[in-house]
Ligand binder design. Structure first.
Ligand code: ADP
Ligand code: F6P
Length: 322
């Protein structure tokens, strides 16, 4: 293999740059040239490309976001868009493509592979940690640490004023950030999209905590919870209680910033493994981590199957918040 393409797609996440650096520097070891495409599949369609080498990826391991930029690209959902991308791959004589992104991006990559025959490997990049077939996705650890830091700060005010704080974290379809944040931040309750949330039950539990001597409470809510976002839930609670409540929405603050050491190391491992796989002829797979070992999963499984939330962690969260 002499030349491959590389792009980041979907939502950005901290550590994507470490993966880009690892891909480019590993490729250099095997004398493989790397062409980077800007802004996800849109850059591939438009041939918005840049030649990459060890120097172009210098001093980026500590940076959040992605130097290749990223996008959601509706044009690529259509056959016409994929055909345009295929012509660009042909023009550059690319033999392989590495895509860093979430489940949508993995779906796009498998469509492209099916329709062009190019070799392709995905690298999991999303703060949500919700991809089937890997225990880890790039950016989750950084997002989690930002959210836990926020909870620690909010707890000071919650305790000083004896308030109930409703903290909304990211995760439209997945509660991993919420669950991990809740456990690490010692939250009284965690609401995630994967389980049905009952507001009456939540109020009951918070009342019991109060009776046991708790003077403040923190509830972590995933943005996609079935009972609504933090403001909706606050309204429901206020209708039934006279509690002093406050809402804090952490939002995109969780997506950016300096990647944690864990995100830098794991992203580097995945980047190296992706290049080693593609040069060995492995294709239609996403590289991941299974019990901290490099593993591979079929791209189709990544986008067609759902990663279950950990029942062990849900239980731990329940036990420790009493
Ligand atoms: P993420 O990768 O973070 O899950 P999205 O779901 O928004 O983000 O997907 C990113 C991009 O991947 C989309 O904007 C689109 O360009 C491409 N994509 C997603 N699903 C498909 C699909 N079924 N076919 C082709 N491309 C897709
Ligand atoms: O998938 C990552 C994520 O940050 C989700 O947690 C969130 O729901 C979504 O992206 C937000 O997307 P956007 O960047 O389009 O606001």
């Amino acid at each position: 293999m002499k030349k491959i393409g590389l792009l980041t797609s979907g939502g950005d996440s901290s550590g994507m740059n470490a993966a880009i650096r690892a891909v480019v520097r590993t490729a250099r070891v095997y004398n493989i040239k790397v062409i980077g495409f800007k802004k996800g599949y849109c850059g591939l369609i438009k041939d918005d490309s840049v030649a990459m080498n060890s120097r172009t990826v210098g001093n980026i391991i500590n940076l959040g976001g992605t130097i290749l930029q990223t996008a959601r690209c509706p044009e690529f959902l259509e056959t016409k868009g994929i055909r345009k991308a295929a012509a660009v791959l042909e023009k550059h004589r690319l033999e392989g493509l590495i895509v860093i992104g979430g489940d949508g991006s993995m779906h796009g990559l498998s469509e492209l592979i099916e329709q062009t025959g190019i070799a392709g490997i995905g690298i999991p990049g999303t703060i949500d940690n919700d991809l089937y077939g890997t225990d880890y996705t790039i950016g989750f650890d950084t997002a989690l640490n930002v959210a836990v830091d926020a909870i620690d700060r909010l707890r000071d005010t919650a305790t000083s004023h004896e308030r109930l704080f409703l903290v909304e974290v990211m995760g439209r379809q997945a509660g991993y950030i919420a669950l991990y944040t809740g456990i690490a931040g010692g939250a009284e309750e965690v609401l995630v999209p994967e389980t049905i949330s009952h507001i009456d039950l939540l109020i009951e539990k918070l009342k019991k905590g109060h009776q046991k001597g708790k003077i403040s409470s923190i509830v972590v809510i995933a943005e996609g919870d079935d009972a609504g976002g933090a403001f909706d839930i606050e309204k429901k609670i206020r209708k039934k209680t006279a509690w002093e409540t406050r809402v804090s929405i952490l939002g995109h603050i969780q997506r950016g910033g300096k990647p944690t050491a864990i995100d830098r190391i794991n992203a580097s491992r995945l980047g190296v493994a992706a290049v080693e796989a593609i040069r060995k002829g492995i294709t239609l797979k996403m590289v991941g981590l299974d019990r901290n070992e490099i593993s591979f999963v079929h791209l189709k499984d990544v986008w067609s199957k759902k990663r279950q939330i950990s029942s062990e962690l849900l239980k731990i969260s329940e036990i420790l918040s009493t």
